[in-house]
Design a protein around this ligand. Sequence first.
Ligand SMILES: [Zn+2]
Length: 318
Amino acid sequence: MLRAYDYAEPAGERGALQDSQLFQREKQIAQNFVITHPLKTETEVCPVCGSRNTRFIFQRWDVNYRFCDDCDSIFVPIDPETCAEYLELPEMKELRCSDAYQSQAVQRRRGIWADFVMWAEYRTYRYLGRNTRLDLIDFGNKYTGYMELFQESKLCGRYELRNSLFPLESPHIEQADVVLYLNQLQHECMPAESLKQIRRALKDDGILILNTRLGSGFDILTLKGGTDNIFPYEHIMLPSKRGLEIILDQAGFDLLEITTPGTRDMEAVLKNRERIEDTNFFVKYLLDNADGAVMADFQQFLQKSGLSSFAQVVAKKR
Ligand SMILES: [Zn+2]
């Protein structure tokens, strides 16, 4: 299984997905919901590996995130009803479906999305032996510009959108060659159950392409929760790399490839250095003394070693 290789630093904007005003609005809607819907329990069971060996790691908006000492995943112990209600929040849907929100996302992310589509084309060829005119089912995609790039790519024959904010008219595909599950795992309180459902949408020889933030990434663990971009109940599941492997195995997938091509861990840690604990002497020393070249090398080391907080995965049905 391919686990790591060299990455070139991707060109283009790696900044925030939305401008500050839209992002603040998005966070405000989430925060209002969280305040009026506090956690019903503080269950200690890890939703990834089932261990009770979990402990408090950080708090955001009075919500306690927990860390599993057995699989290193980070999670919010949320009940499925509250989780579903958050995802259906009409105010959030309205904001995210708005032209302003969608056009900001396209402006800021088109290049990165296009790189990802190209990566998916390579991976599909590698594992399916072909990469044209395939049946794709895209679970939960929130961005019209991203959907269009997939639909327009040579990869795509038929395209179906499922579980999305958008009521897109698309053909029903019984079972697809490729299932896309992009940036969705963060919303899952029962990740393996969701992936079992997704598995049913895949042909026997089909592949799952998934990406997600990883709780075991350098910036998340160093900053204990990462940046302001991570907040409840938008992010309730941050599996570790091992946690991700466990989830896929439980859901009946064989992992073909997991890589962490993230490029922003060091940048996030630098920008939020006041959040680094005083006892984290090594990272503080690194930030105080390393020049740009060392920082870039360190980021590349994180990428190659599976230690960055963004993962891309290819898996097949077992
Ligand atoms: Zn665990």
